[in-house]
Ligand binder design. Structure first.
Ligand code: SAM
Length: 216
């Protein structure tokens, strides 16, 4: 079970308004590049997607993937994702990204979009080692996430002792949540992933980063 109950609650409550984040005009060029990059990189793969949310990236990747098992902790977002049409075979399943237990030989690739930024620095190692255990050596893994761009992102409201940054976010109904949102750079990501990976490839756009590697 995850140790971040308020993050789960926040995304459950935000489910119906979540995809507005993909309407931001200044991000459209990057999003088009990323959708293409994801589809190209994951072509022909049997994919485990974690924290899939409303299925935005699931949909993009389904155009070329062989199959996708898309998981999230929240039924509220899975319900929206299930209602969409996909090109390849897609199975949705409730799963805690911190407590996965799939057989190692099912998936050839893993995908996590806008998930890394919500990991507390102290929980990254545990998350990563159990995420990696879902795959065999040679599996292709992809993380993509936001960069902090002033004016486009919600401002950072505080930084804790461990260096995690937070934002105060409001939902349509006026309720306010403090959301952990980290913005790692290429150096930090390479240091964390380095030991367990071969062929790390980092792509940096204006608003997003996209990281691929193969499991040792
Ligand atoms: C920023 S959203 C990303 C959704 C989707 N991947 C995207 O990029 O559009 C983060 C997602 O993480 C999910 N989530 C939060 N805690 C989780 C956990 N412990 N296990 C699995 N999913 C979780 C939320 O329900 C939410 O859908």
């Amino acid at each position: 079970m995850s140790n971040n109950v308020s993050l789960i609650d926040y995304y459950a409550k935000r489910a119906n308004e979540y995809e507005r984040i993909y309407d931001k005009p200044e991000r459209q060029t990057d999003l088009a590049v990323l959708r293409k990059l994801c589809a190209q990189t994951l072509a022909g793969q049997e994919i485990l997607e974690i924290a899939c949310g409303t299925g935005y990236w699931t949909h993009a990747v389904s155009k070329t993937a062989k199959s996708i098992t898309a998981t999230d902790f929240n039924e509220e977002v899975l319900q929206i994702a299930r209602a969409k049409k996909y090109v390849c075979e897609v199975h949705f399943q409730k799963a805690d990204a911190f407590n996965l237990s799939f057989p190692q030989n099912i998936f050839t690739a893993g995908l996590a979009a806008a998930w890394w930024s919500h990991l507390r620095k102290s929980e990254i190692k545990n998350f990563l080692s159990q995420f990696h255990r879902q795959f065999s050596s040679g599996a292709l893994l992809i993380f993509l996430d936001n960069k902090f761009v002033a004016g486009s992102n919600t401002p950072i409201s505080r930084t804790d002792d461990e260096g995690n940054t937070y934002q105060l976010r409001k939902l349509e109904n006026g309720s306010e949540y403090e959301v952990l949102k980290n913005f790692p750079d290429e150096k930090e990501m390479r240091e964390i992933i380095g030991e367990t990976a071969i062929g790390i490839h980092w792509t940096e756009l204006q608003y997003f980063w996209f990281l691929t590697y193969k499991l040792k």
